[in-house]
Design a protein around this ligand. Structure first.
Ligand code: MF3
Ligand code: CO
Ligand code: CO
Length: 257
């Protein structure tokens, strides 16, 4: 036992609900489904399992999850009009609240056959997140996280979005510290047991600049290049880390077989 074991127990439950929501969506995200239908399925699943969707009415957001397609970097708003088509890739970002704790996770989904370029971007984004997670332990610093992600994806010719970052999470949705996905080794705040935060790199095929659409939420790449993202909620333990939002079904990245 330690002073954060109760908090971690609740983060496990919240993280698992968010992950199971994505697991459920995996079977439903297909050509012909609208992003609003994905939103409805997510809302109902979380509600039916005793939770609440954190994005709903968060700072004026009117949907229960985010659906970010192709050149959308993050915070895409589900809509009846947007029907998924062959070749699309969509990030679905789910945040569940249960027992006053938050679980925040996102994955990419591909519709039918997607381009080699897009598949490579998605693979690199997932790998960058996992590389950053695997180094986590007390004594590492926030800059080490960004460094892992940045060096890996830039080597592949991709770029790290600067305008959005990961965040502390627990009994609030977004708290300090900010988790930047670029950075310098051995700089920034030191990781301590009991810390809980997200790692959620947004990686672009082109340049890292983003632009906000008129709806006030949807962030797109300024150069219209493709963008990908994955997100996990993690906690720092005595000698390493715990991922709270791991798939129960073993789903990591597309293709989900
Ligand atoms: N889930 C997003 C994150 O990873 C935040 C979405 S806020 C919303 O932090 F209002 F757009 F839903
Ligand atoms: Co987040
Ligand atoms: Co999220």
């Amino acid at each position: 036992m330690n002073n954060y074991s109760e908090k971690f127990e609740k983060m496990r439950i919240a993280g698992k609900l968010a992950a199971q929501t994505l697991d459920m969506l995996t079977e439903n995200i297909k050509e012909g489904i609208s992003t609003a239908q994905i939103d409805k399925l997510g809302y109902e699943f979380i509600r039916d399992n005793g939770g609440y969707s954190a994005p709903l009415y968060y700072r004026g957001f009117t949907k229960s999850l985010c659906t970010s397609l192709n050149h959308v970097v993050c915070h895409g708003i589900p809509s009846e009009e947007r029907i998924l088509e062959e070749g699309d890739a969509v990030n679905v970002d789910v945040t569940a609240i249960i027992d006053n704790h938050y679980g925040d996770t996102s994955r990419m989904f591909c519709i039918g056959k997607t381009s080699v370029k897009l598949n490579n971007l998605i693979d690199a984004t997932h790998e960058s997140m996992m590389r950053a997670i695997k180094i986590l332990k007390p004594g590492k610093k926030l800059g080490d996280i960004g460094h892992e992600i940045q060096t890996y994806v830039e080597e592949k010719g991709f770029s790290v979005v600067r305008d959005f970052c990961g965040h502390g999470i627990g009994t609030t949705f977004h708290e300090s510290p900010n988790i930047l996905h670029y950075g310098t080794k051995n700089t920034g705040m030191e990781l301590k047991p009991g810390m809980t935060f997200t790692i959620e790199p947004m990686i672009n095929a082109g340049k890292f600049a983003t632009k906000l659409l008129n709806d006030g939420w949807t962030a797109v790449t300024k150069d219209k290049s493709l963008s990908a993202q994955f997100e996990h909620t993690v906690g720092i333990t005595e000698n390493g880390y715990e991922i709270f939002t791991e798939s129960v079904k073993g789903y990591l990245k597309p293709p989900y077989l």
